[in-house]
Design a protein around this ligand. Structure first.
Ligand code: F6R
Length: 261
């Protein structure tokens, strides 16, 4: 995994935006995998800015979100569909029919999960997947213990995830207990991944994911198996990385070889 250490949230968002914008310039009809939550909000603001001020065209872009709460429909203000409309889709020219978020009201859910996987396949697979990381090391809603071979499925939220996500709801009791989430194997199928991690609360999960053993107990550690993942980590979240100096050195030297890659 490539690791880029940055000062703070702003720099994390700016580095991520550079990568996404470059990918879209290279492949205008790219398929993007998207996440919700605080980690990618700054990235989305920058994508909106690139669209509004630099004409970045999202018309040919297709998106697939990682997850959605079971029981929340698209009109529910705390649904991930509503989050995406509000933070990104309503402000760019992506075609609504090209944006996919799992349907938390689908029945039967298992058939919906299989159809979601199929839709990703039909779209040609995900070119670039944006990920956050949970305090417990989850990616998507793949909590510790989830099979590393999992595909899109219905997952139970861990208690710490319910606690963390309660900030978006009136209280923890309002947070749905289940979600539809792309699986770990579905995520690993993406051609490229960007993992965003900021804040001291993520330090332990980040160290375990990047430098710990590959284990289903830390779902993000599965990214160690992925051939093209970059983790963009701010100083606070990097506090427990043992090889931080190497990552900084590598990043400084990267520019010397960029034109030969
Ligand atoms: C969201 C998702 C989650 C979040 C993670 C971090 O779609 O799949 O895995 O990325 O819980 O959340 P934040 O960014 O709010 O700290």
């Amino acid at each position: 995994m490539d690791v880029i250490l940055v000062r703070d949230y702003e720099e994390m968002s700016a580095r991520a935006a550079e990568i996404v914008i470059a990918a879209l310039r290279q492949k205008p009809d790219a398929v993007l995998g998207l996440a919700t939550g605080s980690s990618p909000e700054g990235l989305y603001a920058r994508l909106i800015d690139a669209h509004t001020n630099d004409g970045l065209d999202f018309a040919p872009v297709v998106t697939f979100n990682l997850d959605e709460y079971v029981g929340l429909g698209p009109d529910h203000p705390q649904s991930y569909r509503a989050f995406m409309n509000d933070r990104l889709f309503d402000h760019i020219n992506v075609k609504p029919q090209n944006t996919h978020v799992p349907d938390g009201l689908a029945q039967p859910l298992r058939a919906h999960c299989a159809a979601y996987e199929e839709a990703i396949r039909q779209a040609g697979g995900i070119d670039l997947q944006v990920l956050g990381i949970g305090r417990d090391g989850h990616i998507g809603f793949n909590e510790p213990g989830t099979s590393l071979g999992s595909r899109t499925h219905v997952a139970a939220l861990a208690p710490e995830t319910i606690e963390d996500n309660a900030r978006y709801f009136a209280g923890p009791e309002e947070v749905p207990r289940f979600a539809v989430t792309m699986g770990i194997a579905s995520i690993l199928d993406a051609r490229r991944c960007i993992l965003l991690a900021g804040g001291a609360g993520k330090a332990e999960a980040v160290a375990a994911a990047i430098e710990g053993p590959l284990t289903s107990q830390v779902p993000a550690s599965a990214l160690q198996m992925h051939p093209d993942t970059v983790a963009i980590v701010d100083e606070a979240a990097a506090a427990r990385l043992r090889r931080a100096d190497f990552y900084r050195w590598q990043d400084r030297n990267r520019s010397q070889i960029l034109d030969r890659l």
